[in-house]
Design a protein around this ligand. Structure first.
Ligand code: 4AD
Ligand code: MG
Length: 432
């Protein structure tokens, strides 16, 4: 008769009805007369009740034999139950085992991080990892929505490139037939070309950095969103960035309440994240850090402890602007009033999550750009096309790059970026 194949997430719409669900056994306990099956199907968790007196012997036996992560179809009636997490449970009448799982390596006991990373393909089934991946997907959706709704066109830069964007020290090299190629560290230079064709553009893709840094903020392969905007100066770019980041955080708060609760995130910390964001110049930051007893001088770059100390003063992300020309990338436009600093900003997340955005106004003057190429000893031949952008209708333009995984780590309140991506590529870790 009337039997619907549903997901656990749809249970609320089927109260009182007979349904069939494809799922895995997450856990099980028994009172002797009733077996309580914790069922999961990717959309949620639900408890299945198998009552000794109500089911046939073979159903009772099947339930008894189920091991953790066995796959099955269950048939039963959805019942409202105020005590359960989802608000519903399933009164089971039949069980069709698809596969009885072998003894599952990830048990409810505490496992070390290396063990969990070796079993990442299974670890992602846990409610906590599932919640994080759901929030990551929601963050990606909110990112795209912001740019799609604000007149930006998505453009995909290449992954295999003949030259570097962010310096040559951490490039992944590969052969490209008889030539050399590198995995992209950033699509920015191509996005500058795209901005001259389409006005406001953004890319969203993987980037690669062979960085020998083993920190909680670094991945070897990470995803970056890179907007690039013609006729937009440094100041306007910052205003877009703060609206953008606030939109992402507020969207996650609206749509991911359940997932944020699953991972135990203190959402009051996120509620404050609204534009405008505070700003500090590099000069002010150096002076403040020295006042706090840090041993740092003008011209030094910030490390994680510096960024964390600065961020702790604020309840929302903070822009640090106007860094010294010498410690930033070759393409950044000098401040016309003070050429020793550039029109750039790093956006530092609260709570010690570090830099989530790096951005700048770009050099539009062909002569100055040529000088920078000489200073940085960049082979002009490899970048002829990039220099062309300054020869044929150069315009003021700005852009930035937001690191997806650091943003996920911050919004989820995670200790380490390794949990922010399904299969993290880290220093000395390529498996699974
Ligand atoms: O500051 P970065 O190096 O800037 C660029 O690549 C520019 N070309 C972007 C642009 O203007 N279009 O990197 C941008 C962001 C950082 O703020 C950080 O969030 C993230 O990318 N990031 C990393 N995330 C994880 N692991 C790494 N190894 C990262 N390196 C940078
Ligand atoms: Mg940076």
């Amino acid at each position: 008769d009337n039997l619907s194949f549903i997901t656990i997430g749809q249970a609320a719409d089927y109260a009182g009805q007979r349904v069939r669900i494809g799922c895995w056994l997450y856990g099980k306990r028994s009172s002797g007369k009733i077996q309580f099956l914790q069922l999961r199907d990717g959309t949620g968790l639900m408890q299945g009740l198998v009552a000794r007196q109500d089911v046939a012997d073979d159903v009772w036996e099947a339930a008894r034999r189920l091991t953790q992560e066995s796959s099955l179809y269950v048939t039963g009636t959805v019942k409202e139950d105020a005590r359960s997490v989802s608000g519903y449970e399933l009164v089971v009448e039949a069980i069709d085992v698809i596969q009885l799982a072998e003894p599952y390596p990830i048990t409810p006991k505490e496992h070390g991080v290396d063990f969990l990373l070796d079993h990442r393909h299974l670890w992602i089934r846990s409610p906590r990892q599932r919640a994080i991946l759901k929030i990551r997907a929601e963050i990606i959706r909110a990112i795209r929505q912001f740019f799609d709704d604000n007149g930006f066109t998505q453009v995909d830069p290449p992954i295999l490139t003949p030259s570097s964007c962010e310096g040559t020290t951490n490039l992944f090299h590969t052969k490209y037939f008889d030539d050399d190629a590198y995995l992209s560290q950033s699509g920015q230079l191509y996005m500058e070309a795209a901005a001259m064709a389409l006005g406001r553009v953004y890319s969203f893709g993987p980037t690669f950095r062979a960085e020998k840094s083993k920190t909680r903020r670094h991945l070897i392969e990470f995803w970056m969103i890179e907007p690039e905007m013609a006729f937009v100066d440094h100041e306007e770019s910052l205003r877009i960035q703060e609206r953008f980041v606030a939109h992402v955080v507020q969207t996650v708060l609206e749509r991911c309440g359940r997932e944020l609760a699953t991972i135990g995130r203190d959402v009051s910390k996120l509620e404050a994240v609204k534009a405008p964001f505070p700003r500090m110049t590099y000069d002010e930051a150096i002076e403040w850090l020295r006042g706090q007893g840090f041993d740092i001088s003008w011209g030094d770059d910030f490390g994680a402890p510096h960024e964390t100390a600065i961020a702790e003063q604020f309840d929302r992300p903070v822009f640090i602007t106007h860094y010294p020309t010498g410690i930033k990338s070759f393409y950044m436009k000098p401040d016309p009033n003070r050429p020793e600093v550039v029109l750039c900003a790093d956006l530092i997340a609260p709570e010690g999550y570090g830099e989530i955005i790096g951005g700048s106004q770009r050099i539009d003057d062909p002569k100055l750009l040529a000088e920078r190429f000489a200073e940085h000893k960049l082979p002009e031949d490899d970048y002829r096309w990039y220099l062309d952008l300054r020869r044929y209708g150069s315009v003021p333009h700005s852009g930035f790059g937001l690191g997806l995984e650091r943003t996920v780590a911050w919004i989820c309140g995670l200790d380490h970026v390794r949990e922010t991506i399904p299969f993290p590529r880290m220093l000395y870790r390529l498996y699974p």
